[in-house]
Design a protein around this ligand. Structure first.
Ligand code: GTP
Ligand code: SPV
Ligand code: MN
Length: 592
């Protein structure tokens, strides 16, 4: 497959370690992938769905103990502990290599070793990077073939270069006690053992495109962020691009594919999706910040996805899609999840593989759900009706605004703008959000999640903040404007106050207007807040008083939050002085 000595040497090492019965290189040819699908159906790893209703689609169920990322078992292994920083689990590389090799040794016996050459970013794009993942899971091969560009072409473009990421995945016996997801940023290496789920094993995604790439970006002067990228086309046909960072299961896929409210569609507004989860950003020749989506598909949350909430995501799943841990509707051999529609399937198998009893279904009790709350679809980006023409080009799109956001029932207003870049870095650094089912552990607990990168930053978060500040200094007056949004404020009964989804376009329009100097704002202690009448409520069942209630800054709540941030910042050994001074300014502003 390749004469690249760095590749062949590593593959020989992996073979010696893992002891596979067979070795198969993934070429990217459709015939090879089709044969693998058939094999997976034979062994029960995949179930083929209704070919008429869902052509080329499959269902997969993972082990019940293996349904989400495992942050407490995720490690950044740098030679110096402080380089991993206070927010990451750390282990010395030599010790961790030994532990993982001992776990993985010989476990491919009786299995096939699949070697997947993959590209993050369009193959050959100056912004793309190559990786090679070895795995003993057909499910991983087929998902990687959707989520990334795979095959022989990647090796051709790589040539003899050593600039590629090594990814070892071994299912082992899917033992949660021996599960480890480890990044070795100094060696461009990832090792994942004892899982067969999503972000733990599709090594191009969180492990490479965020943890390893954030480290590479730090060293090489670019950024790898947990951000969607979308383009907003105005009635004059001009497209402006926004990148937005929200924590896992906090609305990136939904925002990336939103359909504007009817009154805006009639005026000619359109939204184009460039990416729904990850952005790699570099300063271009004209001094502006350019972003590409390194992925080639969407690994999206299924529950809550329906024709109304996210038409484009649902449309993306209608062919050549792999569904993981959703319910199997036996009536017509299709899939179902909570929030797809109101017709509870009467003859379905739940995500655990048991017959599902719809009469016991209680929305409030997750244990009665047919689909796992973190069940997902893996859909090719080309299926998306609103995919941007820039998606596959590799040059990147110029970013006008960066938006941070989280899931906060209280405190954070619907939207506010930072005072400048450095203040915007502070806004990202003090982000917090309620935890979701995307990671193992409690759900609904507010935790600090700077820039939505807490689980994904591959180095010391203090250095990461400094890197953001440095990028701003380089960008100067060409820097994108930075905003914060919160779609998730609730009333006393726990209902969301803001309608969200497509109506978020009303907020994006204000953001773009601010970037172009077209909208007014009121200065507050935390930043610029829109004048309520500048958020267009046309056709919405919402009065201006309700809108005002989610646009105000509750001073006392922010004083309390500033105290909380003060405590939080204490854990950073390498907190940039600029952020400490931003915090002091916030406190002073709140006291005025
Ligand atoms: P990851 O793939 O885990 O990174 O998640 P994500 O950030 O792409 O989140 P996604 O768009 O899949 O949304 C997650 C959940 O939030 C789904 O259940 C959505 O229905 C819900 N959601 C998304 N946008 C909104 C919104 O504007 N308002 C409300 N209330 N819910 C939303
Ligand atoms: C996330 O958790 O942010 C995801 C899903 O996008 S996973 O690929 O499992 O990380
Ligand atoms: Mn994500």
């Amino acid at each position: 497959m390749t004469t690249n000595a760095t590749v062949t040497k590593w593959i020989e090492e992996m073979k010696a370690l893992l002891n596979p019965d067979q070795v198969v290189w993934i070429t990217g040819d459709e015939a090879q992938l089709e044969a693998l699908r058939e094999e997976a159906v034979k062994t029960g790893e995949l179930e083929k769905l209704n070919e008429e209703k869902l052509p080329g689609c499959y269902l997969h169920r993972t082990r019940q103990n293996d349904v989400a990322r495992v942050e407490d078992r995720t490690f950044i292994c740098t030679s110096v502990k402080e380089d991993a920083g206070p927010t990451n689990n750390w282990c010395a590389p030599a010790e961790m290599y030994k532990k993982l090799y001992d776990i993985a040794r010989g476990t491919y016996q009786g299995r096939t070793m699949y070697i997947i050459p993959f590209s993050m970013g369009p193959i050959g794009s100056p912004l793309a990077k190559a990786g090679i993942e070895v795995t003993d899971s057909i499910y991983v091969v087929l998902n990687m073939a959707i989520m990334t560009r795979v095959g022989t072409k990647v090796l051709e473009v790589l040539g003899d270069s050593n600039d590629w990421v090594r990814g070892l995945h071994a299912k082992c016996d899917v033992d949660p006690e021996k599960r480890y997801i480890c990044q070795f940023p100094e060696d461009n290496t990832i090792i994942s053992v004892n899982s067969a789920y999503g972000g733990n094993v599709l090594l191009g995604k969180k492990c490479f495109a965020l943890r390893i790439a954030s480290y590479q970006g730090w060293k090489e002067g670019w950024m790898a962020e947990h951000m969607l990228i979308l383009g907003i086309e105005n009635p004059q046909g001009e497209v402006k691009y926004i990148a937005a960072a929200f924590p896992s299961a906090c609305g990136k896929t939904n925002l990336a594919m939103l359909i504007p409210p009817e009154y805006l569609r009639k005026k000619g507004y359109k939204v184009w999706t460039v990416g729904d989860d990850i952005a790699w950003m570099r300063i271009g020749a004209d001094g502006r910040l350019y972003a590409i989506n390194p992925e080639n598909g969407f690994f999206g949350v299924a529950p809550g996805t329906n024709e109304k909430s996210n038409f484009n995501a649902l449309a993306s799943t209608k062919k050549n899609t792999i569904f993981t841990n959703v319910a199997h509707d036996l009536n017509d051999n299709t899939v179902w999840w909570e929030g797809l529609n109101k017709d509870l399937p009467q003859n379905a198998i739940d995500w655990k593989g048991n017959p599902w009893d719809p009469s016991k279904f209680d929305k409030a009790d997750k244990s009665t759900c047919a689909a796992h709350p973190n069940s997902r679809f893996t859909a090719p980006a080309v299926n998306c009706p609103c995919i941007s023409e820039e998606f596959d080009k590799g040059a990147g799109v110029p970013i006008s605004a960066i938006v941070f956001g989280g899931r906060r029932a209280k405190l954070a207003p619907l939207v506010y703008q930072s005072k400048d870049w450095n203040n915007g870095v502070f806004v990202g650094a003090i982000m917090a959000s309620e935890t979701t089912a995307a990671a193992a552990g409690a759900v609904g607990v507010v935790r600090h999640d700077p820039m939505a990168m807490l689980p994904f930053c591959g180095y010391n978060m203090g250095d990461y903040f400094q890197h953001w500040l440095d990028m701003g200094a380089k960008l100067g007056d060409k820097a994108p404007k930075i905003f914060n949004v919160n779609w998730f404020r609730t009333d006393d009964e726990g209902n969301f106050i803001w309608p969200g989804f497509g109506d978020n376009m009303r907020v994006l329009n204000w953001i773009i207007d601010r970037c172009e100097g077209k909208a007014e704002a009121s200065e507050t202690a935390i930043g610029y807040i829109p004048q309520p009448e500048d958020i267009d409520l046309t056709d919405l069942d919402m009065d201006i008083e309700t809108l005002k209630s989610i646009l105000t800054v509750d001073k006392q709540a922010w004083v309390d939050y500033a105290a909380d941030v003060t405590e939080y910042f204490k854990k950073f050994d390498r907190l940039p002085a600029e952020l400490a001074s931003q915090l002091e300014s916030l406190k002073a502003n709140l006291n005025k």
